[in-house]
Design a protein around this ligand. Sequence first.
Ligand code: GLU
Length: 554
Amino acid sequence: MSNENMAELLFPDVRQIPADIYSLYPPRNLSSSALVTRFAPSPTGSLNIGGLYATLISERLAHQSNGVFFLRIEDTDKKREVTGSIGNIIHSLSYFGIDFDEGPLLSGDEKGTYRPYKQSSRIQIYKVFIKHLVRNGLAYPCFCDADDLQKIRIRQQNLKIRTGYYGKWAKHRDISFQQAKEEILNGKPFVIRLKSLGSADRRITYHDLVKGPIELPENDQDIVIMKTDGLPTYHFAHAIDDHLMGTTHVIRGDEWLSSVPIHIQLFETLGFKIPEYGHIAPIMKQVGASKRKFSKRKDLDGTAEYYKEQGYPGLAISEYFMNLINSDFEEWRMANSHQSFRDFFIHTDKMNVSGALLDMNKLNDISKDVISKLTSKQVFDHLYTWSKEFDSELYSLIDKNKEYTVNILDIGRTMKKPRKDYAKWSDVKPMIAYFYDEWFEKDVLGDYKLPTNVSFNVAKEIVLGFSKTYRFNNEKDAWFHEIKELAGKLGFAKDMKQFKANPNHYKGHVGDVAMVIRVALTNRTTTPDLYDIMKVMGEKRVLARMQTFVGHSI
Ligand code: GLU
């Protein structure tokens, strides 16, 4: 009876009981092999790369088993909340192609029937369960303030024993109804604590999906489940939500491993089925010869946003992560180069137990591969969206020249072994800028970058000579024939063999002649195929650039 009174004293306005809540959140109607997973970030900043990695694993596990993957925002710690984080997280997930079936949307609305998916909107639900625990003598109000807790700690430290609120140190564990009533009448703030039946001398064992068998001491601390502001703690809220939302598998960073005894205790005390847990080691950063964890403050490349800003396609990141998740993905990818990575089944027990290393070279290779498989129109669309947000100069160049840009991007793309030149969208501008007249004109205000063995006067002769034979419709063979002829006429060897046999005889070789034409048209010494470039530039532009070159003073 006194527990009942205590429950009424603490929660006079809470009229529902757990059964009322269960009727609102019936079990999911899924096959027994379907997994229900979630990403449950606290909105305390931008998504980090490790969070994104864990989220892909959760999403894959759910969807490869025809289950459900949902997003839940764990925002009960209002002090740590950073405005804009929820939008940032939703944007990032969408950029990286991680689709959630249920959860908050950018519009402020939510999708899914287990709503609400923001913990701050579920306060009444938590209170029903907290009241239920108090009614059953499994939780109690604690009126200790910071000072009281400090006194307990000092006494424990003096006695050289474990600090904390447990066993006989749990001052209000057996608080009477009368005492609690007086404290409340005096306006004393209180938290609600769970009465732990655990003992630090006993150990719990469970099988971690990633780390295998795990043994940890039982939790004997009377943890806080509701704070003085009436909001639940993360530990408590997540247990209620994972149960009501039918989570079957929890994949998260291994910084949560030490909380497992508390979580198991909560699930058991509440009479809930315990989900399967998989704890993953953080992704490591290579620094020189050693590796270390990403630092939140120092490493810009530790955030998901960084990879978006740099312009890595979301798909490239997913493809790369698949390699980190299961190393046999690489072999599968080679045998199935055109299938979606989503056709590969991941297995948590094949994951690396120690931290996977983020290898930028490998990421770049994979990304180049991903981009090489896109059509020029697809590359254009990506570039357009990306530059609109991150590179206004590029955006204005390509916005004014849409069709031209698609043609530029098409160079080397349609052959059997397409060019693998871009790893990210920010790589593109420096490689194609010369195609645009505005950019080119500014560039050649400086000097042309000619090969050192050719003087500017000779170069002018080459370009002038070439401009006379240049026909837009010349086939490649005819075009190259003209260049060879020109080379011969101007004292250059027509081929390398000739040149090598007698280098002192010539001003240079046909390659130097082609190089001069390349520089006149692009002011670059390395470009894709010169013939292809001229085709895309078109006759007018090619002639204009040759004229500019010839008219350029030294
Ligand atoms: N809200 C917790 C976090 O910020 C989630 C931990 C969990 O996945 O259980 O990481």
